[in-house]
Write a protein that binds this ligand. Structure first.
Ligand code: ATP
Ligand code: MG
Ligand code: MG
Length: 560
């Protein structure tokens, strides 16, 4: 999509360009490299990149790497890969940590202006004296330290004279502000931690709320677009830009977070799933990460179209999971080769078909897209059908194969079941049928009709394959609502979400595919007759033995 739907941020940008307030739009996508990107991030990426591009502007990819304890170069790499894969090109690649010197100098400026002080209170004490929404906080006993003392202590913090947590630098604003974020927020903390970019150069790190506005200002960001949970931070954002006397003045605008039904969009929770091995990595096809969706078989087009359709608004509802699925079906409908795959096979011997003989049927690759041409599908005396397509004692309205019944084999002949072969334990191992040569597909045969059509694979040339069928990782009705990320709440919330893990989220099934598909490669996508859309798995497929992930089944009642 070349442009964004009309929305409030677009109105602001249009106005700012018209009034001359800004000359060029510069945005940024600022992930913290503490996990892989998920579907929620796709909205932030899309908004930042598409809005800037629409107005001839540019977008930086900036790693907000101010918290070394949780960050890693693995994430730096995966995030770049995912943004590119989604189809976006950044103007410049930046690291917040490249600005640590400047941030330090700006903090010193605040101290000199009497706008920041070193506090010896512990993190707990600071939290306890912060007050609540209804009651003001109280001033720290260290709040009135002299500028000289503050400068000396801050220098000492930087030089490594103090242990982690011994001191912090706090902005000096107003402990009775109705906005808790303005009650002398912490802006620097001590952390003797190796940083993926700056190594051991620093043992103090800026807090996110202080660092972020500076990063935006340093890069000349005009419109700093972020999700709604940062709304309460905006007054502090503006305070930092003003009090630090930044020459460029960026402005923050918030949009609603994207939440999808039965889908976790919190890196913290996703990391827990990986760390506790509930999934086989960040790119497990059940993960709502960009890399998981890619491995499952989503295309960048489908994701972008989905994001476009969910729109940009200030309200953050929960989007129907079926809406995401709708867009991958739409994208693959005319692109994917439609072939047959037999899951859980059952052998059928066509007793009146000559032994040693075979024939080839000419089959359309995609009946909705003739441009995709035709292919040849072999047929012979022995074929595989699905176990589910045969019942020895069928219920009412079962039109598939059962003793005495005739069905159509897709693209081939009518066959009739005559005999059921069982093993010693009574399990059906083979079905004996006869075929009627008159009923050949395409021959115009109309003398009799059958009610069931089933699919099959020629047994002599069938290629074995594995099929992985997924259900949502999280049981119905659980989704990621906007959660206040209070440190107190975190632990409890994590526990309840782990209780909601669906034990049946992965079903592994063996079967066969057509011989023409022997050489499929990772990420090839197909529609398997009656089963849905599948993608060749990039991790478990081996040459000659593909593993298919089911992206989505065929049917959906979802309407845009
Ligand atoms: P998480 O809460 O999953 O850890 P985050 O917000 O901490 O995500 P960041 O790396 O800080 O992750 O996010 C980068 C950008 O993506 C931020 O600007 C944030 O507003 C945005 N973002 C994150 N999650 C969503 C979401 N679900 N919907 C829209 N934007 C999001
Ligand atoms: Mg974050
Ligand atoms: Mg967050």
């Amino acid at each position: 999509n070349p442009s964004t739907p009309s929305n409030f941020i677009k109105n602001v940008i249009t106005e700012d360009l018209k009034s001359g307030k800004v000359k060029e739009i510069v945005t940024r996508f600022p992930p913290e490299p503490n996990g892989y990107l998920h579907i929620g991030h796709a909205r932030a990426i899309w908004i930042n990149f598409t809005l800037a591009a629409e107005f001839g502007g540019k977008t930086n990819l900036r790693f907000d790497d101010t918290n070394p304890v949780k960050e890693d170069t693995e994430y730096v790499k995966s995030i770049q890969e995912d943004v590119k894969w989604l189809g976006f090109e950044w103007e410049e690649l930046r690291f917040a940590s490249d600005y640590f010197d400047e941030m330090y100098n700006r903090a010193v400026l605040l101290i000199k202006k009497g706008k920041a002080f070193i506090d010896d209170l512990s993190a707990d004490q600071i939290r306890e004296t912060r007050g609540t929404l209804k009651s003001p906080g109280s001033n720290s006993p260290y709040r009135d330290r002299s500028v000289e003392e503050n400068l000396e202590l801050f220098e000492g913090m930087r030089a490594g004279k103090f242990d982690d947590g011994a001191k912090v630098l706090r902005a000096k604003i107003d402990m009775s502000s109705p906005n808790i974020n303005l009650r002398d927020p912490i802006i620097y903390r001590i952390s003797h931690t190796y940083h993926h970019n700056t190594g051991d150069k620093w043992c103090i790190y800026p807090m996110y709320a202080f660092a972020h506005p500076l990063e935006d200002a340093i890069e000349g960001i005009t419109h700093s677009l972020c999700s709604l949970e940062f709304e309460d931070q905006r007054p502090f954002y503006d305070w930092v830009v003003a009090e630090c006397e930044m020459p460029n003045v960026p402005h923050q605008y918030e949009f609603g977070r994207l939440n999808v039904e039965q889908t976790l969009t919190s890196k913290r929770k996703l990391k827990l799933l990986v760390d506790e091995q509930h999934v086989d990595g960040w790119d497990d096809p059940r993960m709502p990460t960009i890399s998981g969706l890619r491995r499952l078989g989503y295309t960048p087009e489908a994701i972008r179209n989905f994001i476009y359709e969910t729109g940009i608004s200030k309200t953050q509802g929960v989007v129907d999971l079926q809406m995401l699925e709708h867009f991958i079906r739409e994208d693959l409908k005319l692109k994917a080769l439609r072939t047959m795959a037999v899951l859980n096979p059952l052998k059928v011997v066509i007793t009146n078909y000559p032994e040693g003989q075979n024939e080839w049927f000419d089959v359309e690759n995609n009946i909705e897209n003739p441009d995709m041409g035709n292919r040849q599908v072999p047929f012979s005396r022995e074929i595989y059908i699905e176990q589910d397509d045969f019942m020895e004692v069928p219920p009412n309205k079962y039109f598939r194969l059962f003793p005495g019944n005739e069905v159509r084999l897709k693209n081939a002949y009518f066959i009739k079941c005559n005999e059921v072969i069982k093993d010693e334990e009574g399990h059906v191992v083979e079905i004996h049928c006869t075929y009627d040569p008159e009923t050949k597909s395409g021959s115009g045969f109309t003398a009799r009709k059958v009610k069931g059509t089933i699919h099959w694979i020629d047994a002599s040339q069938a290629v074995p394959a594995e099929f992985r069928l997924y259900e949502p990782l999280i049981k119905a009705e659980e989704s990621e609502e906007e959660t206040e990320q209070t440190e107190e709440g975190e632990e409890k919330e994590e526990k309840t979400f782990l209780d909601q893990i669906n034990p049946n989220s992965l079903e592994i099934v063996q079967g066969f595919i057509e011989p023409g598909m022997r050489d499929v490669v990772s990420q090839d996508k197909f529609q398997f007759f009656r089963h849905g859309y599948f993608n060749v798995d990039s991790k478990y497929s081996t040459p000659g033995h593909p593993v298919f992930n089911r992206i989505v089944s065929l049917k959906s009642s979802f309407k845009i």
